[in-house]
Design a protein around this ligand. Structure first.
Ligand code: NAD
Length: 369
């Protein structure tokens, strides 16, 4: 993530521990890069106890044992589910495995949380939601950006009537040169797409949440690949990505219409000829506007146009957002409190992304069911 955004950087020096009687037995499928962020956040949540993990790479399982003290590690998730019988399964695999791993966990009687994006397409998301309903288990889409204090600030202003009706939202998740040089992020068949589904999803989910989750009805857009699928000698922070297996877009631009008349524009890139990276959204309402990046609300008051910045916001670091999302899910399971990001939220966001990809393929606006 870029440091020039309100998204912030990772640290975990937050939140005092409280004692709880029941601990959720939590297991991880996919012990790669992001699972370590999960583990550092979970350490701060007394309601959760990590009981094991599964990965197809023995070296990742060795790291889980040596660095995080795992005593139970598995190559096959079915074996892990059968032996460990966890309360919760946390899916951190590449996108194409979110659906089968989540459904296996739900069918084994576990609650499930999956990394973003929820799946490859809306049909997969619906299958996951159906499996949660049939098994009477909770399903959480692991979006963390909606827990950002700037989103809370906006929601308070919106509820107070300072924003009015939201007409237009502009989402930007743009890297100048940031093609991941690890994992399978350049492979469409394993990930479902490139920057739109991988980093655009963060901005879309938080903006859509702030809009009050209106129903998307139509999408238009286009995607371009002009850099990622060929070698580059340009100096950059993530050089030497695997251009030979790169089948996703470099840049995606889309526009989505909602049932309430609002419009969302989205720009997302892994690489792009722009001044610098930016990860933000801007909202325009009939009474006020908002910039996520600057955590600023724009209104008129007593004959003056005002730009209102918060004098204080709680921690905006990456780790704090993960703590907040896992705590919300643990509370939903243990106390029946509402989930801020249930499977249905993942499905709505997936419909937006999928609409833009379908419109690109069709070369015209497409409707969203
Ligand atoms: N929320 C966030 O901010 C955030 C940040 C980064 C990544 N992610 C998401 O997390 C997921 C993983 O990303 P990553 O960066 O950790 O990738 P990664 O490649 O580092 O890790 C994925 C892991 O899954 C393992 N895996 C593959 N097939 C498996 C299988 N059949 N069974 C068990 N494990 C298997 C791989 O061996 C690898 O260790 C992606 O969906 C990505 O979009 C989310």
């Amino acid at each position: 993530m870029s440091n020039n955004s309100a998204i912030g950087t990772e640290s975990f020096a937050t939140e005092a521990k409280v004692e709880v009687s029941k601990k959720l037995r939590w297991a991880i499928i996919g012990c790669g890069g992001i699972s370590e962020t999960h583990l550092r956040a979970i350490e701060k949540i007394p309601e959760i106890e990590v009981v094991g993990g599964c990965d197809i790479k023995p070296e990742r399982l060795e790291l889980m044992r040596s660095k995080y003290g795992f005593t139970k590690t598995y190559i096959e998730w079915d074996e892990m589910l059968k032996e460990l019988k966890p309360d919760v399964v946390d899916v951190c695999t590449p996108n194409g495995l979110h659906k089968p791993a989540v459904i296996a966990a739900l069918n084994a009687g576990c609650h499930a949380i999956t990394e973003k994006p929820m799946a490859m397409d809306p049909a997969e998301c619906q299958e996951m939601i159906d499996a949660a309903i049939i098994n009477n288990r909770k399903l959480c889409c692991g979006f963390q950006m909606r827990y950002h204090p700037a989103c809370d600030m906006f929601m308070r202003a919106r509820e107070a009537g300072d924003i009015g009706d939201i007409m237009f939202v502009k989402c930007r998740a743009l890297r100048r040169r940031g093609i991941p040089n690890w994992g399978v992020f350049g492979q469409k068949e394993l990930q479902g797409g490139g920057p739109m589904i991988d980093i655009g999803v963060h901005i879309i989910e938080s903006a859509h949440y702030c809009m009050g989750a209106p129903r998307p009805i139509a999408a238009s857009g286009n995607c371009w690949t002009f850099m990622g699928d060929r070698p580059s000698e340009v100096v950059s922070s993530w050089p030497n990505w695997d251009y030979k297996t790169y089948t996703v877009e470099d840049l995606a631009v889309g526009q989505v219409r909602f049932d309430n008349g609002a419009i969302m524009q989205i720009e997302s890139s892994f690489c792009n000829h722009i001044e610098s990276d930016i990860h933000t959204f801007d909202i325009v309402g009939t009474k006020g506007g908002f910039s996520f990046k600057d955590a600023t609300i724009y209104t008129d008051h007593a004959g003056t146009m005002l730009n209102s910045k918060a004098a204080f916001l709680p921690s905006t670091d990456f780790g704090a957002l993960f703590i907040a999302k896992f705590k919300n899910f643990a509370d939903a399971i243990l106390q029946g409190t509402p989930m801020r990001s249930p499977g249905e939220a993942g499905l709505a966001v997936q419909k937006i992304i999928d609409g833009i990809y379908r419109a690109t393929a069709a070369g015209k606006e497409v409707s969203i069911d």
